[in-house]
Design a protein around this ligand. Structure first.
Ligand code: DC
Length: 225
């Protein structure tokens, strides 16, 4: 495969995007760019600074003076560094989960984030995951995937992930939280969560990660040849 292309992976919370995108990037020897982590980093900083999460201009101003860097670690994993501080794990708490969609809803915040994301994808050789990558950030991506799964399957996966990170939560609570987040993400006026018309739909409800990975990798190898 000679071409250093761009791959977009979108979908709702808990569909397996980050696991698949990270492993896909490692298999293609591409860089994995987790755009959700960028919104999470801003939400985390806003919470720490006591910024009103309903105040879009204040959040956009905060972002302009904020450095968010994604560094590759191993196996496509990234380390998120916020103003020089390693925050990868801190971005996965229930507090950040509950606030991030609100922060990501503001046009001024999204404008700045999208400019940064396009800059990061500039040279190609990237797998970028998020909600609006195929529709808005990289509309000319070489390959686009839209990963989804039933709400129950997504809630179960998120629950296991939170448990692994030391935050055991009731599955019903997680289900309500991701359903609420999906609603906010897909109904916002600016670049909502949506499947691009040219995205390959992958329903992962009854698929193991390895199966999803083999499927998307095959499509990438064909399209990026
Ligand atoms: O993928 P994630 O769960 O880490 O994303 C966290 C939130 O960030 C998600 O609820 C919506 C927002 N987001 C977004 O609006 N646009 C993106 N490209 C990525 C994430």
């Amino acid at each position: 495969m000679d071409k250093r292309g761009t791959v977009a992976v979108d979908g709702p919370a808990g569909a397996g995007k980050s696991t698949v995108a990270r492993r896909l990037a490692a298999a293609l020897d591409y860089l994995y760019l987790d755009t959700g982590a960028m919104y999470r980093a801003l939400a985390y900083k806003a919470l720490r600074h006591g910024i009103d999460l309903r105040d879009g201009p204040a959040l956009a101003a905060l972002l302009r003076e904020t450095a968010i860097n994604l560094y590759p670690v191993s196996e496509g994993r990234v380390s998120v560094v916020l103003d020089g501080e390693e925050v990868t794990e801190a971005l996965r708490t229930p507090e950040v989960n509950a606030s991030v969609s609100q922060v990501a809803g503001f046009e001024a915040v999204r404008g700045e984030m999208v400019a940064r994301q396009r800059g990061m994808a500039g040279q190609g050789g990237v797998v970028m995951d998020g909600r609006d990558i195929g529709t808005f950030v990289l509309p000319h991506a070489d390959v686009k995937f839209y990963l989804t799964a039933s709400l129950d399957a997504r809630a179960r996966r998120r629950c296991l992930e939170l448990e692994r990170r030391g935050f055991p939560v009731e599955v019903t609570r997680v289900r309500d939280e991701i359903a609420h987040r999906d609603m906010l993400d897909s109904s916002r006026p600016y670049a909502p969560l949506a499947q691009a018309p040219d995205a390959v739909l992958v329903d992962t409800t009854h698929m193991e990660v390895e199966e999803v990975l083999a499927h998307v990798l095959k499509i990438c190898r064909r399209r990026l040849a």
